[in-house]
Ligand binder design. Sequence first.
Ligand SMILES: [Zn+2]
Length: 473
Amino acid sequence: MMKRTFYALAVVCFMVGSVVNAQSKQPDWKAVEEETMEHFQAILRMNTSDPPGIEAPVVDYLKSVLQKEGIEVQTFALDPNRPNLVARLKGTGKKRPLLIMAHTDVVNVDSTKWTYPPFSATRKDGYVYGRGSVDDKDNVATGLMVMLLLKRSNAMLDRDVIFLAEAGEEGNVKYGIDYMVKNHWPAIEAEYCFAEGGGVPRTGGKIQYATVATTEKIPRGAKLVAKGISGHGSVPLQSNAVVHIAQAVAKVAAWQTPMRLNETTTAFFKRLAEISTPEETARFQALLNGKNADSAQEYLATKEPRYYSTLRTSISPTIIKGGYRSNVIPSEAEATLDIRALPDEDMPKFLDAMRQVINDPAVDIVSNSSSARPGSPPSKLNTEAFRAVEASVKRTYNTVTLPTMLTGATDMSYLRSKGVQCYGIGPMTDSEDGPKGFGAHSDQERILEEALHKFLRFQWDVVSSLAMQSSPE
Ligand SMILES: [Zn+2]
């Protein structure tokens, strides 16, 4: 037994020594790739479907890997099954900390729909299949590896580097980021943070650009409630609540809410215009200078709904309810609106404008105050961190960086509201993959192995350029 343990130790030491070449500060990438894949598959195989979440096994795994290398780890839990992990590498304190963030939970699966079982982490033809492979266990694995590589490099750091693996991102933030920000802020307080939300889209095998999320829209759901007089269906009534709600929904859907660009979306369309076809360029310039913006918007509304959504606070009616039998006119009917607000939207003013559009005293707007994700200004583009990201994008992918506003919500909104400059990054994906059903949240979620490894190199490049001391003292 002793002999065996000694042998195992020797192997570990050999690996540690070979994985970071202290002189060049460049890791031995071949060995790193094997190690990354091992951790990635191990984490993918843990079922952290949320609800119920149960992220503890992933946290235990990360904790043991990090501690084995002498990295300081703390865990914080509102529910013992759903802990958050914080690891920290100490710097000199010359600069404020850098936070790397990744969520350990995944969305639920319908396992009958999967060709390869969702928690098998099957490797096939250069891909790894599994729930969480691009959302967000790729970031968990690369965040872990960046910490290990930094530690092994023995480099002096100008700032602390913190790794947060948080629970509950897929709909139960009270166990995760909300809990950490409200109760353990000093453990994760940072100047900059990196998390999911960006990516490097490839079309026909060719890299288009890299997106870096610098802001996101805020969910601000609301309900429309129509009230009328109930009665017998054989006698049509002007006050019929079903009719009033239907008219209100139609008006809201047809309403072109005001278009407004911010620093992020301005930069996005400007840079996109520089790499697009002449026809597309004209369209993006129309948005930027306001001339012929209407026809450009009309085009985007039908052909590029995602771009269109980034131009404004948007409304999607998603649920209509009313009535319970065919011969009864109900006294009430309601509609649910998924409203995604621009980060600086004045919601009371916006809802007032919507009330005027509906223009019907029988219809009330009830705003959903429980959707209280904080709004905050976009993260800045003129920071050391954004410049480092752009430079690493160029070095790693040889392409341009487009700052983007996400239409969906991420945990970064909590940090931005505390003044942290957050940048959403992500691996290379093929744009053909999504429509074929291989994207995030799909039944065949997968990642290219090559994309995972490249993403780690990119993250390592960004973090080391921001944290490592540029010249020895
Ligand atoms: Zn995610």
